[in-house]
Design a protein around this ligand. Structure first.
Ligand code: ATP
Ligand code: MG
Length: 560
């Protein structure tokens, strides 16, 4: 489906969520399961042989049709039922990116259980916290990763399902062995639209990760994000590089494309620019969804690497998860000859909520406009909508289809998001311009109040990274008796630059002249690396805690 700007303007005025329902078989049958809509619906149609999944890592390269994924996930569902797992149980997946991860996730959802994908880099405590919090009864994992699961501290955990071995101990079963004997006879569990299908723990950028619960009904929104924001069309090959341990990896990486009948690419292994470009060339990727941190790494690897590959299949590029600096946008435009489309959402929003659409001109540095059906705005602390160009709370009118339905085990936290009647309060600070574009400023807690001026860290960081010496920057407010707060910047330098007082002065001056005097950092500290989450987000709360000598809080998602 192709859209133009007029379509967008019409759609935001008129399109209802009900209209999206006609794409699903439950619209006619009344029988609901997101896994059925994503895989089985196509597998049972004339499209059954269409490619659902293209996989490659350093040892395997495989292709799966919709029919094959249906058969395999049905079998896995049979395996789960055989060991007594049923509707509502939490079943976690702790595995590197590979087809079995996807098959397991679909199988879990097919029996009405709740899937909990965990990023493979988590260590013992992080894994334990999440399994304990959710009361998981089973984990699908590998012989290597199972060593990080502290079973004796997890009384609810009854089963480990091990992928890649036939040797198992007590309380363990072998994926390969069970799949080989599993009956193909399977009846999917029909669900209510409001039944949960997945728990995603948040990235932990601002504090202890929250177990965000999403329901089958999210498919309506994921389908629309696929059509409108990701620009998915018949025959597309879609590659979202996010790990399924984060919401982007499942909602955008699996469900949005599959619900739209589109081929998904999965690349295992570690990040490497050459492998990534090779993946695009090899699978003729048409739509590519990346995070800013990865774009910055590709940028550091240089444009020469890009030129070694034929990337002409690319039609649409997206970014989400962190602010996309205009500098990175400009580099992308030059390297790939197409603009990077930033889109904003959160684990809690379940799918893309604000986006730069293919049909709407991009303003570099802006997150774009609301997905049709979403009403987003800026409100003050009492819930009053603010006029254009005023910084405030980024809020969404409640009730969109992929909205989280609970924070597992923490109803009080859930209520906090909805404390202002009728609004979901995101915790992000932004403003909307007179054309309806949203501009991210920072996390509410990160907004700096210096001499009575409110400064969003993102603006300062974006200016900082335009300086040739600056690779990455994290900006915080540091308490100051005179100014309330002063701006302090933590900077990692590009290779070839040495820290010095002159350089600090030059960089501060660069912000002063390019942005504003009050926005220039009064203190700069050079660091080899900035603290980041494993999903690649700069952890400003950690910078702040270090600076003030305070406890750093939950570090389970921090990179090594
Ligand atoms: P936690 O909630 O545990 O502190 P987190 O908020 O980083 O972690 P996620 O749900 O993965 O967890 O990330 C959502 C946040 O990421 C948003 O609130 C926003 O701050 C940031 N974000 C996502 N997309 C964008 C974007 N396009 N531009 C700017 N920021 C973005
Ligand atoms: Mg958050």
């Amino acid at each position: 489906m192709e859209h133009n700007l007029k379509d967008y303007d019409e759609a935001v005025k008129n399109v209802t969520w009900q209209e999206e329902e006609r794409f699903f078989s439950w619209h006619e049958t009344g029988k609901v399961n997101i896994a059925h809509e994503a895989i089985d619906r196509h597998a049972l149609s004339s499209q059954k042989d269409r490619t659902a999944l293209l996989f490659k890592d350093d040892t395997r390269e495989e292709v799966y049709s919709f029919a094959e994924l249906k058969a395999l996930s049905d079998k896995f569902a049979v395996v789960l039922r055989k060991i007594g797992i049923s509707k509502g149980d939490r079943v976690f997946i702790f595995m590197p990116r590979c087809p079995e991860l996807y098959i397991a996730l679909l199988g879990i959802v097919k029996i009405g259980a709740i899937a909990g994908p965990l990023f493979e880099a988590f260590m013992e405590e992080a894994v334990k916290d999440r399994l304990q919090d959710s009361g998981a009864v089973a984990v699908v994992t590998t012989p290597k990763l199972k060593q990080r699961i502290l079973r004796d501290q997890l009384p609810d955990l009854k089963h480990l399902i091990l992928v890649g071995t036939e040797e198992v101990g007590p309380g363990e079963i072998s994926y390969e062995r069970e799949m080989a004997v599993a009956s193909a006879d399977f009846q999917i569990e029909w669900m209510q639209r409001e039944d949960p299908y997945i728990i995603h723990y948040t990235s932990g950028s601002t504090g202890k990760p929250k177990g965000v619960v999403h329901v089958h009904n999210a498919m309506i929104h994921q389908h629309r994000s696929g059509r409108w924001a990701y620009d998915l069309r018949q025959g597309d090959v879609f590659w979202c590089t996010a790990d399924p341990g984060w919401v982007t990896g499942t909602s955008a990486g699996m469900f949005a494309p599959w619900l739209n009948g589109v081929t998904v690419v999965l690349r295992g292994g570690r990040f490497n620019p050459e492998d990534w470009y090779d993946t695009i060339e090899r699978f003729k990727v048409t739509v590519w969804f990346v995070a800013p941190t990865a774009f910055r790494m590709l940028m550091a690897a240089g444009a020469d690497v890009v030129r070694k590959f034929n990337l002409s299949s690319l039609r649409h590029i997206l970014s989400a998860g962190e602010p996309l600096n205009p500098e990175v946008y400009r580099w992308g435009l030059e390297a790939f000859k197409i603009g990077i489309h930033d889109n904003w959402w959160m684990t809690e929003t379940g799918s893309t909520t604000i986006s730069n659409f293919p049909s709407v001109p991009i303003k570099p540095g802006s997150m774009g406009k609301p997905v049709p059906g979403i009403y987003a705005t800026i409100v003050d602390d009492q819930g009053n909508e603010l006029p254009p160009n005023q910084m405030g709370n980024l809020a969404i009118r409640t009730g969109w289809p992929a909205m989280m339905r609970a924070i597992w085990n923490n109803p009080a936290k859930y209520e906090e998001y909805f404390r202002l009647k009728g609004w979901y309060i995101s915790g992000d600070s932004a403003y909307k311009d007179e054309d309806g574009y949203f501009w991210f400023q920072g996390r509410i807690d990160d907004v700096i109040n210096t001499s009575g001026e409110r400064v969003g860290p993102f603006e300062v960081e974006s200016r900082l990274v335009e300086h040739p010496a600056v690779a990455e920057a994290g900006v915080i407010g540091k308490p100051d008796p005179v100014r309330g707060e002063i701006i302090k910047a933590f900077i990692s330098l590009r290779t070839g630059y040495q820290p010095s007082d002159e350089l600090k002065e030059e960089i501060a001056q660069f912000v002063k002249t390019g942005l504003a005097a009050h926005a220039a950092p009064r203190e700069i500290e050079f660091r080899d690396k900035l603290p980041k989450t494993r999903s690649g987000k700069i952890m400003r709360r950690v910078l702040k805690a270090w600076e003030l000598g305070l406890p750093t809080g939950d570090l389970s998602t921090m990179e090594d």
